[in-house]
Design a protein. Structure first.
Length: 500
């Protein structure tokens, strides 16, 4: 085994029974807002297992994803780089998209593979399918994959009748696409997928992966990006109708049940003291779904926007015996997960421009974050506009603001699609510690030395933007209906014949 680089890591390895490098479980919720979990203050959510993680682990208050929509946020988590570099913009990938996460990007799985890790992904991929499934997880460092390769509303609504009394899909799904497939590695197992059994299939897959790896004494990395709590919400027998929050609450409970099963499996296999479990969410709540759309708590707006509600997320790091329970107000991001995992495993970071920083100190010693700033790109980043907002320390500057369809329906007019692109020069400034809801812009009469602050922000922005090389847009490559996953490739007429 490679010698740990730091004294305290060496100490940990001794405490952590034996010499095997740590395992990693990354759990990623979908469209789950800052205010949706019990441990983040939601009054009617039932999240006992996530609450248990928070009580026994480190809960973040100032944790950010990199995009207010799915695909770009996932690209950043897995690569430690802003989506502008990998080209996962504008918007999200679709079943027929030609592009996907470029193969020359290095994922966390690819960072760990050379050290002998077993790697598996289960759930919503959403980083491309492509010609012959060339962008699937098995082509990006994962030994195994079970899941739907994109959002489950990217297909005709079907089988979503789990809520008594027999409520079908809420709202609309896509109609001119293939039925939603369930894939094992590169093979379609079911089309359409059965949503009522899906979570059970996922938790069985996850726990059997943990058990197999632990029995072989092989270190492992499990990536579980859930479909919950994205619209349209579903839940199987164990969770349907079991919460007072309605379908959103039921789908969240079903997700939480899986978290519980994963924890139980880590315990049963005796690896819980040698495993870092990290939980967060891909972007803010889809407020367009109203009461089924999640909740940003005290934060402004939600999905689709660069206000706090769009990109600040619940996050929990859990590693009993190694992470002391508590709450941290340090600034951190999904970008920091790759460098942190690399450091803890003793792996090399990829030889690319990384935007993430190692947050081991924050996790293990409740230390200070190396991250001083967080950048906010809109759903359609461009070199022309650059950053929409920048957080430096406790201050956030908005250079542009814009509402979003995905955040319409709230009483706050700035969140709505009718709040069109507005440039702010000088930028709108907020003190996020005094005013996390971004209600009261700082003015010249306050205590802050605004000219000096603006000068610092300008410098950080300029330096960052000079380092940003936009990758070729993968989503801009467009789509080809023939690329949609189909269990009966020669059938006709497509897409409806793709049913097996
Ligand atoms: C991947 O390849 C593209 C196209 O050749 C290039 O522009 C990009 O910089 C490469 N990315 C990395 C991380 O090497
Ligand atoms: C995809 O698979 C088909 C059939 O196996 C093959 O003819 C084609 O060349 C493949 N395309 C790519 C881009 O790999």
């Amino acid at each position: 085994m490679e010698l740990p680089r730091l004294g305290f890591v060496a100490l940990l390895c001794i405490c952590a029974q034996g010499t095997s490098p740590p395992n990693f479980v990354v759990i990623f919720a979908d469209d789950l807002g800052f205010g949706d979990l019990g441990c983040y203050g939601h009054p009617s959510s039932l999240t006992p297992n996530l609450d248990r993680l928070a009580a026994g682990g480190l809960r973040f208050t100032d944790f950010y994803c990199t995009s207010p929509v799915c695909s770009p946020s996932r690209a950043s988590l897995l690569t430690g780089r802003y989506q502008t570099r990998s080209g996962i913009y504008p918007g999200v990938l679709y079943p027929a998209s030609i592009g996907g996460l470029p193969h020359n990007e290095t994922t966390i799985a690819e960072v760990l593979k050379p050290l002998g890790y077993a790697t598996a992904a289960v759930g919503k991929w959403h980083l491309g399918f492509g010609q012959n499934g060339t962008f699937l997880p098995t082509k990006q460092g994962f030994d195994e994959y079970l899941g739907i390769p994109y959002s489950h509303d990217m297909g005709p609504c079907h089988n979503l009748t789990c809520f008594p009394p027999d409520i079908k899909c809420f709202g609309q799904c896509d109609i001119d696409t293939v039925l939603v497939p369930l894939m094992h590695n590169e093979v379609i197992k079911e089309q359409p997928v059965n949503f009522l059994n899906l979570e059970r299939a996922y938790s069985d897959f996850a726990t059997s992966f943990i058990t197999t790896s632990a029995k072989k004494k092989q270190p492992f990395f499990l990536y579980y990006p859930s479909h919950h709590t994205h619209y349209p919400q579903y839940a199987g027998q164990e969770a349907a109708g079991k919460t007072s929050r309605g379908p959103f609450g039921d789908s969240l409970l079903e997700f939480d049940n899986t978290v519980g099963k994963v924890l139980a499996s880590l315990e049963e296999n005796g690896v819980i003291h040698n495993t870092l479990v990290f939980f967060t969410s891909d972007n803010g709540p889809s407020l367009i779904r109203m009461s089924r759309g999640g909740n940003a708590g005290a934060l402004r707006c939600g999905k689709g926007t660069t206000y706090e509600g769009g990109m600040r997320e619940p996050a929990i790091a859990f590693w009993p015996g190694t992470i002391t329970p508590g709450v941290t107000h340090e600034l951190a991001s999904t970008l920091d997960i790759l460098p942190t995992i690399a450091r803890l495993a003793g792996a090399k970071t990829p030889p690319v421009e990384l935007d993430g920083v190692d947050m081991t100190e924050v996790l293990i010693n409740h230390g200070t974050s190396k991250r001083e700033a967080m950048m906010f790109y809109p759903t359609d980043p461009s070199e022309n506009f650059g950053l929409f907002a920048l957080r430096l320390g406790k201050y956030k500057a908005h250079f542009y603001t814009r509402g979003s369809t995905l955040s319409s329906t709230t009483p706050d007019k700035e969140c709505s699609v009718f709040a069109t692109l507005t440039a702010h020069d000088p930028p709108l400034l907020f003190d996020l510690e005094a005013d996390p809801s971004e209600h009261y812009p700082l003015g010249p009469s306050g205590e802050t030395d605004i000219p000096a602050l603006l000068e610092r922000i300008k410098k950080v922005k300029k330096q960052f933007e000079a380092s940003m090389v936009f990758g070729e847009s993968q989503i801009g490559k467009g789509s080809d209906p023939q690329l949609q996953p189909c269990c009966s490739p020669q059938c006709s007429p497509k897409p409806h014949c793709c049913q097996c």
